[in-house]
Design a protein around this ligand. Structure first.
Ligand SMILES: NC(=O)c1ccc[n+]([C@@H]2O[C@H](COP(=O)([O-])OP(=O)(O)OC[C@H]3O[C@@H](n4cnc5c(N)ncnc54)[C@H](OP(=O)(O)O)[C@@H]3O)[C@@H](O)[C@H]2O)c1
Length: 276
């Protein structure tokens, strides 16, 4: 039996994960802003589901909930840092508070959760830390800049973290889905394009949810399979759109860098005067 700790358990991937883990016979510590959203699963699964109210941006509360969950459950095998949301709009058009809240929720809160979870995982001799990233952690669409900033940040932090904590028996998994039919796009804030951006690249309609290829249950299933496998991958790329878009973006980025071999090397030399 695997024991899970999951943030953002109320809806979308989080709820699917809670549900599928319980159906496997596992134990789940679900954290969410409104614990009553899981009343139905609590009735069905009794003690195997524990719930904590948690807004992931409240770092002191994150620390307290982690301590309580590890103390009550004895061991947590897999922590899933899933809570997150999106804001559509040109980077310039967002209010300062929207920028701060987006970074605070998707990036800073993920880092603070990991910083506080690692000592518990180390003390029990290891475990798996799963962080929700996105295909948007490797490519970037106009009109979604601040979201991309958070997911690219997550990619960098957790790639380094994976190397730091691997000696403690802790495996790190970055989950990189494509576009998936959760409520994510319905609740995402939409900031109308300011005059200079109207009709431009940032002023585009998001993909209609019914055209998205990914299913929430497929994502949760893939996360569970990866997390309980003997060698969880550092990057878990999910969905056909993510595969096409990420491999194309990375190939193009590589070609751009490879074309700069000479100019990159030329910058090694001290600059002693005009070359032209
Ligand atoms: N859907 C996609 O296409 C997609 C693709 C790639 C990556 N992702 C990532 O996957 C994760 C889950 O997304 P989803 O599609 O499942 O979205 P979702 O259906 O909108 O669910 C988001 C979850 O995050 C929670 N949440 C948001 N802010 C929170 C906060 N401050 N504290 C605690 N919980 C908070 C929500 O709780 P409330 O019910 O309280 O609002 C909800 O449980 C996110 O990190 C997202 O960036 C999604």
């Amino acid at each position: 039996m695997t024991t899970w700790f999951i943030t953002g358990g109320s809806r979308g991937f989080g709820r699917e994960l809670v549900e599928q883990a319980l159906r496997r016979g596992d134990r789940v510590a679900a954290t969410l802003r409104r614990p009553e959203r899981l009343d139905d699963l609590a009735r069905e699964h009794g003690d195997r589901l524990r719930r904590w109210s948690l807004d992931v941006t409240d770092t002191a509360r994150v620390e307290q909930v982690l301590a309580e969950a590890f103390a009550e459950l004895g061991r947590i095998d897999v922590l899933v840092s899933n809570a997150g949301y999106g804001v559509f709009g040109a980077g310039e058009d967002l209010a300062d508070e929207q920028v701060e809240q987006m970074i605070g929720t998707n990036l800073t809160a993920s880092i603070q959760l990991a910083r506080r979870a690692v000592p518990h995982l180390r003390a029990q001799g290891g475990g798996v830390f799963v962080q929700l990233s996105s295909m948007g952690g490797h490519l970037a669409f106009p009109g979604f800049a601040i979201y991309h900033a958070t997911k690219w940040g997550v990619e960098g932090y957790f790639e380094a973290l994976a190397k730091e904590v691997e000696p403690f028996g802790i495996r790190t998994v970055l989950v990189e889905p494509g576009q998936v039919r959760t409520g994510f796009f319905d609740v995402a804030e939409r900031v109308p394009a300011g005059e200079p951006y109207r009709g431009g690249p940032a002023d585009r309609a998001p993909t209609p949810v019914e055209e998205m290829v990914g299913s929430p249950s497929g994502i949760a299933h893939a996360i569970i399979e990866a997390a309980v496998s003997p060698a969880p991958p550092l990057r878990l790329l999910l969905n056909s759109d993510a595969y096409e878009l990420v491999t194309t973006a990375v190939r193009e980025r590589l070609a751009g860098w490879e074309a700069q071999r000479e100019s990159a090397g030329a910058a090694d030399a001290e600059f002693t005067g005009a070359r032209h």
